[in-house]
Design a protein. Structure first.
Length: 227
């Protein structure tokens, strides 16, 4: 989750608690239980995260927490970072950071939030948090993402082998898991047999008469539910 849209009514209270919870996270390079976050995968990815955050700050974004590398923990560590005031001209607004960086945005009504969530070229996964499950699912149906989780980040859909997974927009085509995923490994073949008459004028019919006969037959087949 890289963009976080928060309702105006709870924005300030949410950000206060979100920052506090983020700052309470434990970072570590060990495989021991208890660490909330580990390392980035490479020096290149660390450079990408650093560049995205530095670009945003240079253009006016505010760092609410984090915003710096942690070489004291390991060569590729970067603190979990929350940004506010991110605008479209900033790199992290419309490009994937793939790092511990999230930008927060205030919204005033659901229509605005849905439009902003659907803005851009990516649509792999989204999450909706609400105390009203029915309302959350109604919003989910309007989000252009391959998976949408309610009150969970991604595991609710990812953990279900019956739930097809994949992206919309530039986040990919096709699905994995579920019956749709099984079809990825099949090749469909169509075999058709023409009966009674060929698909061309026959029995002395002119082209015009044949066209009228075929049109009438197609209309009949549609009424019978066969075409």
């Amino acid at each position: 989750m890289e963009r976080l849209f928060v309702a105006d009514q709870v924005y300030d209270r949410f950000l206060e608690r979100f920052v506090a919870r983020t700052e309470a996270m434990t970072l570590g390079a060990t495989l021991d239980w208890g660490n909330d976050m580990g390392s980035l995968i490479s020096a290149g990815q660390l450079a990408t995260v650093t560049a995205h955050v530095d670009d945003a700050v240079s253009k006016g974004a505010r760092v609410l927490t984090g915003g710096r590398a942690r070489p004291d923990l390991g060569p590729f560590f970067y603190e979990p970072t929350i940004l506010e005031g991110v605008t479209p001209e900033m790199t992290c607004f419309g490009r994937e950071t793939f790092g511990p960086v999230v930008s927060a945005y205030r919204f005033h009504d659901e229509t605005e939030a849905i439009a902003r969530a659907n803005d851009g070229e990516y649509g792999l996964n989204a999450s909706i948090y609400s105390q009203d499950g029915s309302r959350a699912r109604a919003v989910a149906r309007q989000i252009r993402c391959g998976t949408v989780n309610v009150n969970e980040a991604f595991a609710a859909s990812f953990g279900s082998i019956e739930a097809p997974m994949g992206g919309m927009r530039s986040s990919g085509l096709g699905r994995r898991q579920g019956s749709e995923g099984v079809l990825r490994f099949t090749e469909t073949q169509s075999v058709a047999t023409q009966r009674v008459t060929r698909i061309a004028p026959a029995f002395g019919l002119s082209d015009e008469t044949y066209g009228k006969v075929m049109t009438a037959n197609l209309r009949l087949l549609k009424k019978l539910g066969r075409a």
